[in-house]
Design a protein around this ligand. Structure first.
Ligand SMILES: [Zn+2]
Length: 397
């Protein structure tokens, strides 16, 4: 019960706008419906655990004692988000207010490399990020890892398969050098969707978030909650068929969305070099998404045609999602956000033609503002939200 009340008090302070009048212990008691004495004891504990700070407010000319203002600490507990991409590693530290404070990114060709090697390099990057955070007065207490693969609902810490990395049945803890800092893996598309939900000014409550990196990932947020499916496999939009007798897919089926709207397919159609280890010309070609955007801006006809084809395939796959779950909206995230200018017209045209049995507007499909930063930011904020949900996870100082 105390654990829950600690979380409720911390949540009430976190939800208070920093621009509004400072929040006192009495204000918090009024908001959460507990006695002042109870709230005071909870606040003392949260201060002791480093989650809250209390400062003298400036005299505002009113009669009476100066108030004491509570706020969520911008020092102390923090969340670490980590990311393994096919071509990079990433790290991000956010404070308890959800503000990003440290970013790290390193280019690495991870596909086909042993998981132990990649995780050891990621642990080194994580240690660097934690050291920088420490210099800012932050202490990492929650760690989450975004992976481009299927993370089942259980057992905890397991990555079932990550086809674009070539991994299967991986337990992160088996390969992490320090047992005290093992991050919990989660699917990158899920974390990107959560980051979008927590960041958007007016977030849709039910939406499909589609993102692309090397593969295509989708995540469903339904009534404000991530829908993981019975086993954690929900959102495999990349392998929804868009052409029944179409191109063969490495998954064993034919005509999957990834064969038309995945990065490799778009680069191939655009006549650009493939990206990744062993691909000829990859090193000189640079970031493939930046390259696609440059070519499209310059009016390069094969690139424009490839993006149009990708958009139509995406629109076809998303029509099924719209008809099935009746979302408020659809969000294009990851690298799709950077290509939105050229993808949106064809995705919207396809949806307009095909979504006919329910109301639908072009604006219900929008690009994410977070783009490629979504998954690592979502990972870090997930770490913070675990602390907010159970402040007893924090050591007493
Ligand atoms: Zn497939």
């Amino acid at each position: 019960m105390r654990r829950r009340n600690l979380s409720v008090v911390l949540g009430a302070v976190a939800a208070h706008s920093p621009l509004a009048r400072p929040l006192s212990r009495a204000d918090v008691a009024g908001r959460v419906g507990l006695t002042r004495a109870a709230v005071s004891s909870l606040v003392d504990e949260l201060i002791g655990r480093g989650a809250l700070t209390e400062a003298e407010t400036a005299p505002d000319g009113r009669v009476g004692r100066p108030g004491r203002a509570l706020s969520v600490s911008d020092e102390g507990p923090a969340g670490l988000g980590l990311e393994i991409g096919v071509t990079h590693l990433g790290a991000c530290v956010v404070d308890l207010r959800g503000e990003p404070r440290v970013w790290r990114r390193a280019d690495r060709a991870n596909a086909g490399r042993p998981a132990g090697q990649v995780l050891a390099e990621l642990a080194a990057l994580a240690a660097e990020a934690e050291a920088e955070a420490h210099g800012l007065g932050l202490r990492v207490e929650g760690r989450v890892l975004a992976v481009p693969g299927v993370v089942p609902n259980g057992p905890v810490g397991r990555v079932e398969r990550a086809p674009n990395l070539g991994w299967c049945a991986l337990d992160v803890a088996d390969h992490w050098p320090d047992p005290a800092t093992v991050p919990e893996p989660e699917n990158e598309a899920n974390l990107g969707a959560l980051a979008e939900y927590w960041s958007a000014e007016q977030a849709e409550q039910t939406f499909v978030h589609v993102s692309a990196d090397a593969g295509i990932g989708a995540a469903l947020v339904i009534d404000g909650r991530l829908f993981r499916g019975a086993r954690g496999f929900a959102g495999e939009l990349g392998h929804v068929p868009v052409h029944p007798d179409g191109l063969p897919c490495p998954c064993g089926a034919r005509g999957c969305l990834e064969q038309y709207a995945g990065q490799a397919a778009v680069l191939r159609e655009a006549g650009l070099p493939q990206y990744g280890p062993g691909a000829p010309g990859a090193a000189e070609a640079g970031d493939p998404v930046v390259l696609l955007a440059e070519r499209a801006s310059a009016g390069h006809a094969p690139t424009l045609a490839a993006l149009d084809r990708a958009g139509r395939a995406l629109g076809l796959a998303l029509t099924s999602a719209v008809d099935l779950i009746d979302p408020d909206g659809l969000v294009l995230g990851g690298t799709y956000a950077e290509l939105a200018e050229w993808l949106l017209p064809s995705v919207r045209a396809e949806l307009a033609d095909r979504v006919t049995v329910r109301p639908w507007t072009a604006e219900a499909l929008r690009p994410s503002a977070l783009g490629r930063r979504g998954p690592v930011l979502g990972a870090a904020r997930t770490g913070v939200r675990r602390i907010m949900a159970d402040p007893t996870l924090l050591p007493v100082r």
